[in-house]
Ligand binder design. Structure first.
Ligand code: GAR
Length: 191
């Protein structure tokens, strides 16, 4: 039986992407990376792991729809059935949302609905909250909205620095995201 095929979308460092690749039992195959920033470090990680990279620069397209249509063509040609966003700092538009309804998942470094958007770790740290965390959720048309699949709390200690907190959050992300992906694909197979 051929494995379920997934694409990862990322804009930055790619530590979550790397964590997915290192998970031996992800239950799906990551067949390509979509990146919107030509210089992003995640591209090098993909190359080292022999994962094809498709870089699409939004500024080269007249509209978001044109940008997403071109991405959609690549995804459909590759037989992709799931999209996992891993630090992809763009709102998914109607074109991809409709084509992959209920099949686009995101990870966010806070306990949503608290601290959506950019710099979520800094936002939580600066409000002196006692807890923050990680959320994995389905994508809808909003910014870090959409039905929540899993959350994990991360404590903020009085002695914390942004760096220490970021490292603890990332550690949780790197375990939570692959395990949620595996669960989603297995549940789908059981239907
Ligand atoms: C991760 O912390 C992810 O949760 C966050 O970007 C980081 C990407 O790190 N995503 C968001 O803030 C989405 N709103 P990575 O490139 O090392 O995986």
């Amino acid at each position: 039986m051929s494995r379920v095929k997934a694409a990862v979308f990322a804009s930055g460092t790619g530590s979550n992407f790397q964590a997915m690749l290192e998970e031996r039992d992800l239950a799906c195959e990551i067949v390509l990376l979509v990146c919107d920033r030509p210089g992003a470090a995640v591209i090098e990680k993909a190359k080292q792991n022999r994962i094809p990279v498709y870089t699409f620069e939004p500024k080269r397209y007249a509209t978001k729809e044109a940008y997403e249509k071109e991405i959609l063509t690549v995804l459909q040609q590759a037989g992709i059935s799931w999209i996992f966003l891993a630090g992809y700092m763009r709102i998914i538009g109607p074109c991809l949302l409709h084509a992959y309804q209920g099949k686009i998942v995101n990870i966010h470094p806070s306990l949503l609905p608290a601290f959506p958007g950019k710099d979520a770790i800094k936002q939580a740290f600066n409000t002196r909250a006692e807890k923050t965390g990680v959320t994995v959720h389905f994508i809808d048309e909003g910014i870090d909205t959409g039905p929540i699949i899993a959350q994990q709390v991360v404590d903020i200690y009085p002695s914390d620095t942004i760096d220490l907190l970021t490292k603890r959050i990332q550690k949780v992300e790197h375990q939570l995201y692959p395990s949620v992906i595996k669960q989603l694909i297995q549940n789908e197979g059981d239907l």
